[in-house]
Design a protein around this ligand. Sequence first.
Ligand code: BF8
Ligand code: SF4
Length: 654
Amino acid sequence: MSDAKKKAVDRNRSIDPAVLEVLSRELPTETTYDRYLAQQPQCKFGDTGICCRICIQGPCRITAKAPKGICGATAYTIVARNLVRSALGGAAAHSDHSKHILLTLKAMLEGHAPDYSIKSPEKLKAIAVRFNIATEGRSDLEILADVVKLGLEDFTRMTGGKSKWIEKTVTPGRLQKFSDCDILPTSIFETIASATAQTHMGMDADPVNLIFKALEVALCDYNGMHIGTDLSDVLFGVPIPVYTEANFGVIDPAKVNIAVHGHNPLLSEMIVQAARELDSEAKAAGAAGIQLMGICCTGNEVLMRQGVPPVTNFLSQELPMMTGAIDAMVVDVQCIMPGLQTVAECFNTKIITTSKNAKIPSSHYIDYSEEKALEQAKQVIRIAIDSYKERGDAECIIPSMKSKVVAGFSLETMFGLFGAINADAPVKVLTDSLKSGELRGVVLMAGCNNTKVMHDESHTVVAKELAKNNVLVLATGCAAGSFAKLGLLSPEAVDQYAGDGLKAFIRRLEEANADKLEGKLPLVFHMGSCVDNTRAMNLATAIANDLGVDVPKIPFAASAPEAMSEKAIAIGSWCVAMGLPTHVGVVPPVTGSELVNGIALQIAHDVYGGFFIWETDPSKGAEKILEALDYRSWKLKIHAQTAEKFEASASTGW
Ligand code: BF8
Ligand code: SF4
């Protein structure tokens, strides 16, 4: 086989047929699939976490011959320090996102964000009630002012209290545990600053102390993303079930095709509105209309609230442009490959960057501001319409693959569905099913794509295996993107893949909600973008509270089979601190220290009840998750029986 042919075969690292179809063509430029090959072999020091570049005496690499860095740092210090820094990147990214939303609400209150308004006064009131903020006889804006003040305090407090969003959303047992271990953040900015200082050269060398700091950072991540989800719901509405389609087949060559990509819904929500308002301009330009589509978590945000179809997820983000039919791609923040611009230039797509801290050389930049958001969104649409005109009759080759999607499962929607069966205590519909054994557990499938594993394969193998074994599967982020594209968010997938217990559970929900639902329910419940992982954690908290135990006792786990980003490291770490078995399908850079690796896999369990499972084989990963769920169900039963026998409450240990 010639080198060129071999490369063409080797780079086909995806199970998505639309992606494979594009990759099979003679392409004028490289993609991430090619660059992955060009990067081989990757450095084993970096891969196992034992390369230190924290000071410029480095890089120091740990070997048998040189077991200490120049300053004397050993492998466990270097690995732990690198881990804290990764979690910091994730927590900062999520928190920066929510800070932006918080500041937009503040600007709205001050009259400087005229295009934004409160879409969900109900959610605002629910948040106010959570924090004992008075609602009686007060206007929405007055209540919002107090919520925003509290949010800003969670970002900026220097002393005199701890994070309110964590205090009010976790189980009493978790709060006690976090307090006992001294990992409750004072505020997001305080923890980010102190953790950055703690990992400076010549600071903390104690790996255990560093790991505790990593968990404090991870709790900041939870804090930041929870604020982000809550306030996005207030601003743009609480997601309810939406019915749409996903994958490349949603691209319509006759329309102005605009992809929205990144994470923050502030501009993309305006783009949805602007697209509706400017449809006639697109038609005047000869197009059949405007086709919006989403990529990554901005895609998840506008899918959940507006029914905008997802075209693809993280790893294949460059490929929709290779159809020749994408007129503009507007990006905001995070997970945006710099490689997009080169592809765009080959296929006449306009890349529009919109964040002052996420620019790409040669892209078209719009300096997004909440003061003129809708006007800027219209500017984006008009750039796309002009680009459509330039496209003219140029050939578009679009893979036809698309799947049906049902999404929009916020916790409020889930409880609404359960409430049709048990209005007084919706969560009991789930806990009863777990207790009876109809469901074997609940698993949150989250996380990214990663070139180290076959694109979308690990996600789908784990999800299908869990569903077959009667596990209720929840999804967020690019895991949800995989499921959307490959049909697991469709009602048909219930018949295809669900075990009898899961099928009965879903059918019962469908029947009880027949009058409210536009169609049937999907196999996997899409809870939103990565910041929305707190929605799933809130469900775990509700289950634990209902069962009268702490989270480490409930059959609830998390899985990130294709984890990639620093955000995934932060999320995985708080999942463990919250008490969840957390499967990760790509081994993170910690194996260079047996001590740190052992803490992640075992000692974390002794302290928090949660622990990591590194398993790169997705079938084995699913098996290990099922084992962890079964162990918890068995123990929960024994504890409940013992508690009943002695008329006592269930034990709090694990
Ligand atoms: O926040 S899942 S690749 S897009 S980091 Fe990025 Fe990972 Fe996708 Fe969403 Ni989350
Ligand atoms: Fe090397 Fe120590 Fe500097 Fe790290 S901090 S680069 S181990 S000298």
